[in-house]
Design a protein around this ligand. Structure first.
Ligand code: 5GP
Ligand code: ZN
Length: 115
């Protein structure tokens, strides 16, 4: 893992976070600077910089992430009113942490288009 990667440190438990969901492959925790009443990050434990770095080895992992996110959202109370799922990718996408992650945003109405 890249030594300076904050999300690798979180997944390795070097930096403690309130764990919302965890299994062998992924971990979910609250965003430190929430942009909505509910703002949870879901990350693979494996370091992948962004969506563009995915390989065929990651297909099962991606299926696992996307099939687990609705369960996490339900646990967060977002199933009835819905939520937004965001994957910022590189500079134009607004990515600031270069370890692949999904933002689950909920608890308020989300406007479109995004800023
Ligand atoms: P990005 O801008 O890369 O899509 O999202 C990175 C997110 O990680 C931001 O929303 C930011 O607030 C969050 N973040 C950055 N550092 C930390 C941290 O140390 N702990 C937690 N829980 N969230 C972080
Ligand atoms: Zn990482």
């Amino acid at each position: 893992m890249p030594q300076e990667c904050i999300f690798c440190k979180i997944s390795a438990k070097e930096i403690p976070v309130p764990v919302i969901y965890e299994d062998e492959y992924i971990i979910a925790f609250p965003d430190i600077k929430p942009a909505a009443p509910v703002h949870v990050l879901v990350i693979p434990k494996k370091h992948i910089a962004n969506l563009l770095e995915l390989t065929s080895d990651d297909i099962m992992l991606m299926g696992h992430v996307l099939s687990t996110i609705p369960k996490i959202a339900t646990k967060l109370g977002l199933a009835e009113d819905g939520f937004r799922l965001v994957v910022n990718t590189k500079d134009n996408g607004g990515q600031t942490v270069h370890h692949l992650h999904w933002h689950i945003l909920g608890g308020r109405f989300m406007t479109w288009p995004p800023g």
